[in-house]
Design a protein around this ligand. Structure first.
Ligand code: FAD
Length: 486
């Protein structure tokens, strides 16, 4: 039997479900990654994620070759193509005369449509298409209520998740054991991983941001976080503190195994680590939102709670101007602006700030959450359809188990609470750096002497607030009143 392993968002050779099954069941296995033209077409020309993938493929190629060499197989590396994946996979499967293609599940609607097409073409060629769960611990219908329904409230879902998560679900797939089945690349496919330029992309600041790539990078970040995991519950809300793991982008592209992370968090949590228990909850949120989108696909474009689509969001040129100010970090609220600078400059935004800026967009500016969701989708290195959608619908209150609509973050008190001495704001808004901490959260309340001493000229080098929070809050409660009637 000959197999073809198709890598997508699982760019690692260790503990990879589909790779393990391919190697175990086939005498020889070729490995491929396709830079999918259909996906790349919609991306900005400088996109950190494309560069992250490319760097991670170099690492994956190295891992596969290493495994092959250990088994005396020369050139057991990765075949990389730049094509429409829906066509390229059946074509390559035909050229290599494989019996089956192996891959890991991708739950996003476009990916499901592509995979259905690939499966039909392969079957027409007399080839099988085998797919596996790899990206989550529990998918779609593995954690259900006693009535056999999907959960739409997090805490009971988490309790059921924790009851079910045992060694069977968390053990690694020992790929190394069957690595002798890796096939040497055919001479016709011995091409180097394409350069960014040949893919039509430009270099980004990924390297200068020191975001480590590939599974080596994922392992390095995880080792660093393990030493801090015990403090996570205390540090995770403060954007100026190195509290979170920064593993989001690695989970997105599968350069770390979710089983490895969940196993470690569970072990430490069982031993009494509060930090580990809270971090494990975050990993469970990821599974929770993934199953929500699988079970309630309408949420990808509509409010999870239908009544929320009756809300009349701001429209027209005024709304557009507010949106631009938000996306460019020019709202006049320093914590919001610094957070947007972080996103624009690095592709990362701290979770507390994602909640603050998302609430600000919907509940201070009165803009449709989908505008913000789309902006995050373009900018976040760790963009994931289900978690992003879940986060935005949580903030706008339209989601399952969301923030109640009348709970509206005050951007100034959030700033005072979570960036009290202004360290984060000063880093991303150097123009305000000279203000004393008290004035930094609401510069319009600073005295003329303080402003002059710091070189801040409101309305010139830093904006006045584009909305008054109290007025915006009252308007939002009116706007959301329509929801109460449904
Ligand atoms: P850590 O705090 O170290 O958490 C570890 C991992 O747990 C994360 O990498 C992530 O995979 C998962 N996780 C943590 N919090 C959540 C959560 N609330 N929901 C789902 N999974 C979670 N996360 C994404 O992975 N992709 C997104 O596109 C995304 N968009 C978001 C949009 C909004 C409006 C909000 C409020 C949250 C969003 N999140 C998203 C969730 C969360 O903010 C990020 O996962 C987290 O900030 C990533 O940083 P980290 O890896 O350092 O996280």
């Amino acid at each position: 039997q000959t197999g073809l392993m198709w890598f997508r968002r699982d760019l690692r050779a260790q503990d990879n479900a589909a790779l393990y099954h391919a190697l175990k069941s086939c005498g020889q296995v070729f490995c491929i990654f396709v830079f999918d033209r259909d996906i790349l077409r919609g991306l900005p020309k400088a996109d950190r994620r494309v560069e992250f993938i490319r760097e991670s493929l170099l690492d994956l190629d190295g891992q596969l070759r290493h495994l092959a060499e250990q088994n005396n197989i020369a050139d057991g590396g990765l075949i990389v193509q730049h094509a429409a994946a829906g066509d390229a996979i059946p074509q390559l499967a035909g050229q290599l005369s494989v019996n089956a293609v192996f891959t890991n599940h991708d739950y996003e609607p476009q990916a499901l449509a592509r995979d259905a097409k690939v499966q039909a073409r392969l079957e027409a060629q007399g080839m099988a298409f085998h797919t596996f769960k790899d990206q989550v611990i529990f998918e779609r219908s593995e954690v259900l209520t006693l009535a056999g329904k999907p959960y739409s409230v997090f805490t009971p879902y988490k309790n059921a998740w924790l009851r079910k998560a045992d060694d069977f679900y968390l053990s690694p797939y020992p790929v190394e054991k069957y690595a002798a089945a890796l096939a040497a690349r055919p001479a016709t496919h011995r091409l180097a991983v394409p350069t960014l330029a040949s893919l039509g992309f430009e270099k980004t600041n990924l390297k200068s941001l020191k975001i480590p790539t590939g599974s080596a990078g994922g392992a390095q970040l995880f080792a660093d976080f393990l030493a801090r995991m015990k403090d996570y519950h205390e540090t995770r809300n403060f954007p100026a503190v190195k509290g979170p793991s920064y593993l989001g982008v690695h989970l997105r592209f599968g350069t770390v195994s979710i089983r490895k992370l969940a196993r470690a968090a569970l072990e430490h949590s069982v031993q009494g680590s509060e930090g580990a228990a809270v971090w494990l909850s975050e990993l469970v949120w990821r599974d929770f939102y993934a199953q929500i989108l699988s079970n309630f696909p309408h949420a990808a474009t509509e409010s999870f709670k239908p009544g929320y689509d009756l809300i009349a969001w701001e429209k027209g040129p005024h709304a557009q101007a507010l949106f631009e100010a938000w996306s460019e970090g020019r709202t006049g609220y320093p914590l919001v602006d610094a957070a947007m600078m972080q996103l624009n400059q690095t592709g990362y935004m701290h979770n507390r700030l994602r909640m603050v800026v998302a609430s600000f967009l919907c509940k201070d500016l009165g803009l449709d959450w989908r505008w913000g969701e789309r902006y995050f989708a373009e900018k976040l290195n760790d963009f994931d359809l289900s978690s992003n959608n879940g986060g935005w619908q949580w903030a706008s209150s339209s989601g399952c188990d969301a923030q109640p609509y009348f709970r509206i973050f005050n951007p100034v008190s959030q700033s005072e609470k979570f960036d009290a001495d202004g360290k984060f704001i000063r880093r991303y808004l150097p123009v305000l750096a000279g203000l004393p901490a008290r004035a930094l959260h609401s510069p319009w309340l600073a005295t003329p002497v303080e402003l002059a001493a710091a070189g801040v000229a409101l309305g010139q080098n830093y904006p006045m607030p584009i909305v008054q929070h109290d007025e915006a809050r009252a308007l939002t409660l009116q706007r959301y009143a329509v929801v109460k009637k449904t």
